[in-house]
Structures are given as C-alpha cells and as structure tokens.
Design a protein around this ligand. Structure first.
Ligand code: SF4
Length: 224
C-alpha cells in the first residue's frame, strides 16, 4: 500500500498515515464490496437509495420482495407513490425515498431507455442520488471507479484517523482521493466501513483492542 502525493496538512499525524493505511489494507483485504444484496444496476441503485440512514441489514429484508415485484425502471415509474411508500416504510424516510425512486426511474425509463446510466455526471442528476450513491452504483454494478463513496462510517473514521479535517462528504472524498492511490479508491470505502462496524464504532470505539491504536491520532475520541 503506497500513499501518493500528500496534499493535506496532517501535522503530527502525517507520518503515521501511510502505516495506518498499510495495516488497514492488510487486515481487511477481503472486506466485502457492499453488504447490500443486488443482481442488477437498477437493484443496487434502489437498494442504495433505501439505505440512507438505514442499516444494510434492514434494506436486505425489504428488497427480496421488492425486486420480485419490480423488474424494470418503468415498473417503479408507473407505481403510485403511496403504494411504494407502504412497501418501503420500514426503511424510514419513506416519503422521500419513494418519491426519489419513482422520480429516478422515470428519468431512467424515458431518457436512458431503462438502463441505469454509467456516468457520474448523469447519475447525480437523478433524484436522491448524490456522489456517494453514484460511486456505489458505478463501482459495484459497472466496475467503474471515479471517486470514493463516503458514508457515515467513512466520514467518522476519516476524521478520527486524521485523513481529513472536513465534515462535508464531497470534501472528505476529495481529501481521500488526494491521499490514496486511484487503484485503491473502491476498496478504501469497504475497508473503512468494515473497521467502523467491527472496531471503531460510532458510540464506543474499541481503541483498547484496536490493531492501529499505537499510531492512530484518535481525533475527537475523549481521553480516559
Ligand atoms: S484506535 Fe480507536 S479511534 Fe483509532 S481506529 Fe482504532 S478504534 Fe478507531
């Protein structure tokens, strides 16, 4: 694992960044690409929209039934919003999510002949799709990597580990893209998500037993 050109002002954490990344990549080399279940670009798009502020586990309970009923973008586009709302209710924020899925599918059906676009600039024009969702769809469905998906785990860990001082996902993504080799952009999200779920949890980071505790700057972690 090599860290490319450093552009961040990481001060005293700077010298440890390379070693932190090396250890993370070595420990989580088999981190799953995404925990969301899908088999088509449309399915990963819908699942990712549903996963906003909801666990992947919960989304995976909703989607088997949903994907059995809806096969094409037109299927979603022609569904009354009230019906879809009830079907995805347990994912939370179901008014917006249903509206966005139907709106996005309407555009995919009309403008892209039913095919989920494979370009960042086209994906982020769809309702409910920002760079995070677009990066997930591109990387998982098409193997196209043009950025780094910044979800809640990636945001939290990037700050704690001193990779960024930003809070806005787009700015964090930029810092990570400056710090990490392009060939590792897809994996770094999955690795940070895995470490965030297993060790560096939101409410209770497991610093005592963490394998990078000796070099982690632990930014924002209260000292006991
Ligand atoms: S040492 Fe603590 S803050 Fe740093 S990565 Fe490990 S759990 Fe997170």
């Amino acid at each position: 694992m090599k860290v490319i050109k450093k552009k961040l002002d990481l001060k005293d954490t700077d010298c440890h960044t390379s070693e932190i990344l090396k250890r993370l990549f070595s420990r989580y080399k088999y981190a799953p690409a995404t925990a969301l279940h899908f088999s088509t670009p449309l399915e990963i798009l819908v699942a990712t929209i549903l996963s906003a502020q909801c666990t992947d586990e919960r989304v995976n309970k909703i989607t088997p039934w949903l994907f059995k009923k809806y096969h094409t973008a037109r299927d979603y586009a022609q569904t009354p919003v009230k019906i879809l709302e009830q079907e995805i209710r347990t994912a939370g924020f179901y008014h917006n999510k249903a509206k966005n899925i139907i709106g996005a599918c309407h555009i995919i059906d009309k403008k892209y002949a039913g095919r989920v676009p494979d370009k960042m600039e086209e994906l982020i024009q769809l309702p409910g799709v920002a760079r995070k969702t677009a990066n997930i769809v591109l990387g998982n469905a098409y193997g196209i990597v043009v950025g780094i998906a910044v979800d809640t785990h990636v945001r939290r860990l990037s700050n704690r580990l001193g990779f960024t001082k930003e809070n806005i996902p787009e700015k964090i993504e930029k810092d990570l893209m400056n710090l990490i080799e392009r060939k590792n952009w897809f994996n770094i999200s999955n690795i940070l998500i895995e470490h965030g779920r297993k060790v560096c949890k939101a409410s209770k980071p497991g610093c005592e037993s963490c394998f990078i505790s000796d070099i982690c700057p632990k930014i924002g972690i209260p000292v006991n």
